[in-house]
Ligand binder design. Structure first.
Ligand code: ADP
Ligand code: NI
Length: 240
């Protein structure tokens, strides 16, 4: 089987698993992450293993705890079964499992980050799709889905700026300060500084600025100057 054929088979199996997910892990996310990651890999100054990167990009969410539950998430059952079924060699399977097991925002908050360049590209691509225009759309979709808080903006409830992994994941998927707007301060505006590759940093910079412009405009619409000032302080602090 050619690798193009294998990847299209892999994509098909991923689509079956993610099919009706509404927590931000639909196939739109996977296809965007695949496109971003492939582009970032091409902009690296060093070569990477393309098969490993492609498999990581396509399989990184098939064992997410929001989809399969916490126990199966740790086993990476879906990713393993898919790779086995298309005959990925065992060594590559181990590398890809290692990538999936070390990526994601809550793991990054605990200091766990992917060690290989292939993993760093996959992580950067996934985080890039969480920011910028697609990030705004995904956060809003999540907030109003049955997994989210249902709150878009509450000017009385301020975000936990230095959120810990425990607070972020406290009781499953949401916590006391959870809202669409607070999600920017508790996660999305921090991702720019969590990029691990140079092409990732470049891509994230542009996407980050788009979110900042969006929030300033939104706070003006909501007549919330105290939130605009809060955003400015927050940004000075993150970059200072
Ligand atoms: P990823 O696949 O990028 O690692 P997650 O599993 O953390 O992302 O979440 C899926 C999407 O939903 C992401 O775009 C994320 O930023 C968004 N999201 C997660 N939690 C919340 C929340 N509490 N409120 C709003 N959006 C959220
Ligand atoms: Ni993802």
């Amino acid at each position: 089987m050619s690798s193009v054929e294998a990847m299209s088979q892999v994509r098909g199996m991923v689509a079956e698993i993610l099919g009706d997910d509404d927590s931000g892990h639909d196939m739109g996310h996977i296809d965007r992450v695949y496109a971003i990651g492939t582009r970032l890999a091409g902009n690296l100054s060093e070569p990477v293993d393309t098969e490993t990167v492609s498999l990581g990009l396509l399989l990184h969410d098939v064992d997410d705890y929001k989809i399969v539950g916490r126990e199966q998430a740790a086993e990476l059952t879906n990713a393993t079964e898919i790779m086995r079924s298309v005959g990925v060699d065992p060594e590559t399977q181990v590398t890809v499992r290692g990538i999936i097991a070390t990526m994601g925002y809550s793991k990054a908050l605990r200091g766990v980050r992917p060690a290989t360049l292939e993993g760093q590209i996959v992580s950067d691509a996934d985080m890039c799709d969480a920011i910028g225009a697609s990030g705004v759309v995904r956060a809003l979709m999540y907030a109003v889905s049955d997994k989210g808080s249902g709150v878009v903006f509450d000017r009385e409830v301020w975000p936990i700026v230095d959120i810990t992994a425990e607070q972020y994941n406290g009781n499953g998927t949401s916590h006391t300060t959870d809202s669409f707007v607070n999600h920017f301060f508790e996660k999305l505006l921090k991702l720019k500084n969590m990029m691990l590759t140079e092409p990732g940093r470049q891509e994230a910079k542009v996407r980050h600025q788009y979110m900042v412009d969006f929030l300033h405009t939104y706070f003006k619409d909501e007549n919330a100057p105290e939130w605009s000032a809060f955003l400015d302080d927050y940004l000075n602090r993150e970059d200072g």
